[in-house]
Ligand binder design. Structure first.
Ligand code: SF4
Ligand code: SF4
Length: 149
């Protein structure tokens, strides 16, 4: 039987299916800067204060939007609109008609596979409370397809 992500649209998925699509890379929890004139987005390696730098998961997912008001809630509609989801992101990939990559935990059955493959932010994100000005931390890697470290 085909897995759910091959047979359902994002909008057709159950809540559990939707949540399981997140590979736990943590890239979307890095700060971005948008140029006021061009609209261009620049990535930084500075993470939201609630991001756990090891697990690369939100430390308080249930209350995240109360604690971090600008945390963006992903929905099928939002995924289609947002222009800054990383190219590795499962939601973006499925929305664009791509398959899940071979390192995705739903494919491997192992949540660590996203870290082993060098996709996650583990070991390379700086907490916003220590980082200082975001402009000093602009880097392209979160917005590019990952390479093995
Ligand atoms: S970028 Fe996508 S897959 Fe990675 S943590 Fe964010 S929502 Fe999950
Ligand atoms: S509140 Fe949690 S989910 Fe939202 S950006 Fe911060 S770490 Fe990520």
């Amino acid at each position: 039987m085909e897995p759910f992500w091959k047979t359902k649209t994002l909008a057709e998925m159950t809540r559990a299916e939707w949540e399981s699509l997140c590979d736990g890379c943590g890239r979307c929890c890095l700060h971005k800067l948008r140029d006021d004139d061009t609209g261009e987005v620049s990535w930084t390696n500075v993470s939201c204060r609630l991001l756990d730098g090891h697990s690369c998961r939100c430390a308080d997912y249930a209350n995240r939007r109360r604690r971090v008001p600008d945390c963006v809630r992903l929905t099928p509609e939002a995924v289609a609109e947002i222009d800054w989801l990383p190219p590795s992101c499962a939601y973006r990939r499925l929305d664009e008609g791509q398959d899940l990559p071979n390192w995705h935990p739903l494919v491997t059955g192992d949540p660590e596979s996203v870290h082993r493959a060098g996709i996650s932010v583990r070991g390379r994100a700086i907490d916003e409370r220590q980082a200082g000005p975001l402009e000093h931390h602009i880097t392209p890697w979160p917005g590019t397809l990952p390479r093995k470290r």
